[in-house]
Write a new protein. Sequence first.
Length: 266
Amino acid sequence: MHAKKKVLVGLASLTLFDISAATAADFPVKAPLRPPAPIYDWSGFYIGGHAGYRWADASFSSPGYTVQSFPGFGTGDVPASNARFRPNSGLVGVQAGVNFMISPSVLAGVEGDWSWASAKRSIASTVAGELTDGLGFISQSAPELELTWQATIRGRLGVVNGPWLFYGTAGVAFIHARWSETAALIFEDLVPPRAATWTDRKTLAGFVGGVGIEYMYAANWIGRIEYLYENFGDFDVRHSIVLQTGKLDIGDVHKLRVAISYKFSP
């Protein structure tokens, strides 16, 4: 009797096991939980710093002029002046701006920046000539161009792809330029030499445009690489032993910068 009960209990247990196994096999296997995709919020104010390099190309031109030893004596001609300056240098600075998402993938913004740099280039020249009365002379000049700080105010428009931003930018740029020249006129015989020094400083405004790439590597931190082109046109500068006015054209300035910014939560 006890043996029969044991057999019946065993059969019942096997049956329940089979049913449980079959039922468990019918349930779908759940995929492992994945962490939610990160949300990149590009809107809001930001501030940061940058460093890079500046390539500048400036040209100076002035017409020729006439010199003489004393009023009423012979005269001589000094030819027109043409010189090219390339005051290249590194730069460091700060930037600040604000971004707006005008669609899920299109960003617009405004940014201002200020950069410090200092580059000087000088070109010395010597011209020999003869006055109409036969007196020989030498005209010497040593012009120098120095470019220092710069600033820009620009609009930005770009495409957002997750942590990446690809943008174009354009606006107005400013640069501080210092021009100076030391000139000398040396005559033969006992005629005393003459010398003059001129200095002109000016803050110029011009056009700036460029492109850049940004990467949001943390919720509030953004890295950047950026290229900017600037053109400031020309302005008048004084030069020569006999006061003359020449044109200094700062037509091409190129900047390549890397930057890091902290974005405040909107």
